[in-house]
Design a protein around this ligand. Structure first.
Ligand SMILES: NC(=O)c1ccc[n+]([C@@H]2O[C@H](COP(=O)([O-])OP(=O)(O)OC[C@H]3O[C@@H](n4cnc5c(N)ncnc54)[C@H](OP(=O)(O)O)[C@@H]3O)[C@@H](O)[C@H]2O)c1
Length: 240
């Protein structure tokens, strides 16, 4: 039976791969993000993919999105996010620090919490919520890592709330994934080589690696997995 899947941040990188994976499997997929252009590219040639612009940190935008969404969502993939420090300005005063810290919390933690809350009464029994965390939660990486660690903690409570409704809630925590817009143009060759060498498998992850794991967590095979963080990092060791 075809399911309805919402993939936030589905215009690029991991979100696009997740959207294509579900659509190719026969599901109806809605992709969201702030920029319509990448969303249209994700949907191009795939009638099962519907693009809708939305900023998932903005309660008003989310409320408006609800009017465009179906009454039933089987799988919610809270993928929107990223390290907002990569887009920050050069200001160094305390107000700038607060602004930058809040931007990471908003993009990676509040966005998932707000989206899940907005959709709460549309999440269907037998369904799944999957968030994109990060290895940064374990390695420590400023406000970005703290936001992803907070996401994992918040998900534990969510799993208890949704469990009695037969809905699972998990975090997929990637290591270094190539072929996304995550690093903008700021990943040096040296840093990339270091990230690849840190993985036991000696290669970068791909968006398809993550899409396969998200699909597994949303599948009948994973109904007793909830409240977990699943590391998908090629064997890169965490620090805790
Ligand atoms: N690539 C990696 O190595 C890596 C590693 C660990 C974790 N992750 C996580 O994986 C997820 C996907 O990242 P990616 O690697 O695929 O990078 P990406 O290509 O930059 O994708 C992030 C997507 O999120 C969307 N987005 C960001 N803020 C948003 C907001 N407020 N509202 C709606 N959409 C928003 C962006 O679209 P718009 O700008 O158009 O809104 C973009 O399409 C992120 O949560 C990231 O933290 C990535």
């Amino acid at each position: 039976m075809s399911r309805t899947i919402l993939v936030t941040g589905g215009g690029t990188g991991i979100g696009r791969a997740v959207a294509h994976h579900f659509a190719d499997a026969g599901d109806e997929v809605i992709v969201t993000g702030r920029r319509p252009g990448p969303l249209d590219e994700t949907a191009a040639g795939r009638p099962a993919v519907r693009p809708l612009a939305c900023d998932h940190t903005d309660p008003a935008a989310l409320t408006a999105l609800l009017a465009e969404l179906p009454e039933r969502i089987d799988v919610l993939v809270n993928n929107a996010g990223g390290n907002t420090d990569l887009d920050a300005d050069d200001a160094t005063d305390l107000a700038a620090y607060a602004r930058a810290f809040r931007a990471n919390l908003d993009a990676n933690l509040l966005s998932a919490a707000l989206t899940t809350r907005a959709l709460d009464d549309r999440l269907a029994a037998g369904g799944a919520v999957v968030h994109l965390g990060s290895i940064a939660a374990d390695h420590g990486n400023g406000a970005y890592g703290a936001a992803k660690a907070g996401l994992a903690s918040w998900n534990i409570g969510l799993s208890r709330t949704l469990g009695p409704r037969d809905i699972t809630a998990n975090v997929v925590s990637p290591g270094y994934i190539a072929d996304t817009d995550f690093f903008r143009d700021q990943l040096t060759d040296e840093r990339r080589d270091h990230l690849v060498a840190a993985a036991a498998v000696g290669r970068a992850g791909s968006p398809a690696d993550i899409a396969g794991t998200v699909a597994f967590l949303a599948s009948p095979a994973a109904r007793h997995i909830t409240g977990q963080v699943l590391n998908v990092n090629g064997g890169t060791r965490g620090t805790r």
